[in-house]
Ligand binder design. Structure first.
Ligand SMILES: [Zn+2]
Ligand SMILES: [Zn+2]
Length: 194
């Protein structure tokens, strides 16, 4: 009986030094010293490092999103509260002589402050997103999704579609339709997260 024991890399003739322990599932392929990392064959080692990169990238983007939200919140909140207090005080003072006018001033003041505050925040957000996108190109899109939902799978899929992370062993040919590629990426992300 002859066992066909050779490195899993095609045409590699190096002596076999071990059998792959498998990454997220069994593998059992043999490997040589050159085509292995930590008891994993080249293919499994690649999938493992891709998952690690994906995880790190996701955490980095997530951390940046949380930081940006805090930054935007704390920048305008004191001014915002101050302006609301001023319009309420003014409204109350006027209402001593004319209740209707006082109430109108109070409401108009608060509405104006609300519009001004959200406009300032939106402008600041835009500026910061542009800055961040210089180092993290897919961040604006990620942030938009993150504000709506905190689902890790959806966020990672978004990053994978943007090409920021390689989710699993996705080798979609250029001719593939976008829908097919997206569903493959989603499958890859699900696999990576198990
Ligand atoms: Zn080899
Ligand atoms: Zn393997």
């Amino acid at each position: 009986m002859s066992l066909n024991v050779s490195c899993a890399i095609p045409n590699c003739t190096n002596p076999v030094v071990g059998q792959c322990a498998g990454y997220k599932g069994s593998c059992g392929r043999f490997y040589c010293a050159a085509h292995s990392t930590d008891r994993l064959c080249a293919d499994c080692a690649r999938r493992k490092s891709e998952d690690e990169i994906a995880q790190r990238t996701y955490e980095d983007y997530l951390h940046t999103a949380e930081q940006l939200r805090r930054e935007l919140g704390s920048a305008f909140l004191p001014i915002f509260i101050g302006a609301v207090v001023v319009s309420v005080m003014l409204g109350l003072a006027i209402s001593q002589s004319n209740f209707g006018v006082g109430l109108t001033v109070m409401c108009a003041g608060m509405i104006a402050v609300g519009i001004w505050g959200s406009d300032r925040t939106a402008k600041q957000e835009k500026v910061r997103l542009e800055e961040i996108s210089k180092t993290k190109p897919a961040f604006p899109e990620f942030y938009k999704t993150w504000k709506k939902e905190k689902n890790k799978e959806a966020l990672m899929t978004g990053l994978a579609i943007a090409g920021v992370i390689v989710a699993g062993a996705i080798a979609a040919a250029a001719s593939d339709s976008r829908e097919k590629r997206v569903s493959e990426i989603e499958e890859g992300v699900r696999r990576a997260m198990r």
